[in-house]
Design a protein around this ligand. Structure first.
Ligand code: ZN
Length: 250
């Protein structure tokens, strides 16, 4: 692996431009806040990209030089061009890690990687979210306790229409009584995907220490491992020569 994990933090960057209240919480945008705490880690370098940049800031050159893509989206999922979503999808299958935050569950990229609707129940009432660690040996919970709480957030509840996670990391409980699979891992091709529910834009959630810790840990977990001469996942069909001679040839 490289010395540093190269992260691109992608944000649609619409709420912060339209709402002064949200801009007060995230003066540099949600992407700026996330990149800011990632950059305090000596083993991580972070850049940002946003929806309104050419190619949404996700050119082939940017994607080729990204080890882990962090994705925040909410109101503009439908504005992401299909060809860009397609490029991100294949890049994940070829090894790029993907950390999907909050309403990114409804993004084109996440839905395609999951193959389901990825929809959930939701309620915006500023209630408490308690996240229980259910995989205490997993690297994503490094440094956490048995649970942590977000004092005010938007509720997401089951049924969350995702394929069964390869690893379930957090079960979330909300004050109104709902539960949610708030942190889930999947493997797709050579890539790793982590979905993490916290991050509603009207609360200072990405300034919270435990949330930052989870995202830093998730970036390290999702970083690609080096593989030698592995085929491009977009190549199909694929007819290899036999590695061993067949018995009838001997
Ligand atoms: Zn929200």
């Amino acid at each position: 692996m490289r010395d540093k994990v190269r992260v691109t933090v992608w944000n649609e960057y619409r709420h912060e431009k339209r709402s002064p209240e949200i801009a007060m919480i995230y003066p540099e945008g949600i992407h700026g806040a996330i990149a800011g705490f990632l950059r305090t880690q000596p083993d991580i370098e972070a850049r940002t990209a946003t929806l309104d940049e050419p190619e949404h800031g996700l050119t082939s050159e940017v994607l080729e030089n990204t080890d882990v893509l962090v994705w925040w989206a909410h109101m503009a999922n439908h504005e992401v061009k299909d060809e860009i979503a397609d490029k991100v999808y294949w890049r994940v299958l070829n090894g790029m890690g993907l950390v999907v935050l909050h309403s990114g569950n409804l993004s084109k990229v996440f839905r395609r990687l999951m193959g389901t609707a990825c929809s959930a129940r939701w309620r915006e009432a500023g209630e408490k979210h308690r996240l229980w660690v259910v995989a205490p040996g997993h690297p994503i919970v490094e440094g956490l306790g048995e649970y942590f709480e977000i004092p005010h957030t938007e509720m997401y509840g089951e049924f969350f229409d995702i394929p069964r996670p390869d690893e379930l990391i957090f079960i979330g409980w909300f004050q109104g009584g709902e539960v949610f699979r708030s942190g889930c891992c999947w493997y797709r091709g050579r890539g790793k995907v982590f979905y993490f529910q916290p991050g509603h834009e009207t609360f200072p959630i990405y300034h919270q220490r435990e949330v930052q810790r989870v995202i830093v840990n998730a970036v390290r977990w999702a970083a690609p491992v080096s593989v030698v001469n592995f085929r491009d996942m977009a190549e199909a069909p694929w007819f290899p020569e036999p590695i061993e001679p067949f018995a009838s040839d001997q």
